[in-house]
Design a protein. Structure first.
Length: 56
């Protein structure tokens, strides 16, 4: 996911290591993906859509 975001947007996301399969995405302090809620990992396009919302 980090590489995909860097390739598409030219930004390097900050990664915070965790354990137990926890994966979430925060954009400007807002949580836009949490696999503890969705019970799955996102497709790149789902995270890209959240980033694109900020650009409009």
């Amino acid at each position: 996911m980090q590489a995909a975001i860097k390739t598409k947007y030219g930004i390097t996301p900050e990664l915070a290591e965790s354990g137990g399969g926890v994966f979430f995405v925060d954009i400007d302090g807002k949580r836009v993906w949490d696999n503890q809620v969705t019970f799955r990992f996102p497709e790149d396009a789902e995270v890209f859509a959240e980033i694109d919302k900020l650009k409009t």
